[in-house]
Design a protein around this ligand. Sequence first.
Ligand code: GAR
Length: 278
Amino acid sequence: MMKIHGDFRQLRVAVLVSGGGTNLQALIDRAAQGDWSATIVAVASDRDGAYGLVRAEKAGIPAHVVDYGSLLKGGFGAGSWEPSSAELKELDSAQKILRITDEHARLHRLKRLVMAEHQLITLLDPHEPDLVCLAGFMRLVSPYFLRHYNGDGGWRVLNIHPALLPAFPGEHGYEDTLGYGCRWGGVTVHFVDEGEDTGPIIAQAVYPIWPDDTLERVRRRGLSLEYSVYAQCIQWIADGQVQVTGTPSRRTTTIKDPRYPEVLRGWTHRALASEPPL
Ligand code: GAR
């Protein structure tokens, strides 16, 4: 189980990416400003060739790859760790991400996912992360991974999602928001739970969608919000200002920062100042 380092004054953060890693870059830049209470101690990707890995290397941050693509097809070396069938069944009863109805096929898929996660954990743990931040990490996360980091009731795995959850979970937040005809789009930072994009929301910010907007403009507007919101949420956690509240069936959070309204106003004003297309 993960240890918490000190009293959260300087959080050790591992960032998981799958692609370009502009969120990762924003966090690297935020850290470089020197007034942020988090240090990025490791980056990992589910695929070789993710540009986020290059960003990490340029910043001198250890970067790791677990090739989920080949592992999920069964590319494990001889003697690789694997879960017992009892453990696998128990993980299956807790998971909400794989909706394969055939039990045998679902367990098979879950087993490979858990084995890939085991490799990821093995690479991340020497860096002793306090938080694991998914930043464009396009893989499902199983209860095996969550339990490892959350331990007994903690919330240590975060995700940034490019839509105003619970609307538009999944992989195409900007496309889905624009395609639906929404007048406002949003971004969400949440703790990760056993479902897909269903965990307790920490913060959300909105941006306008102007008439005749394009996906490219919408994405650019949303991403620029993502960068600020993610860094701020990590700061709030470092400051001990995020409390997970609610009921067991619907966990929510409370932000204790007295400056919260000001922060929210800042995000909204900035997003509103974006130019509508002519
Ligand atoms: C971001 O928009 C992030 O919110 C999204 O992927 C993009 C990654 O961009 N994540 C998801 O859709 C997760 N379901 P980046 O690699 O440039 O940070």
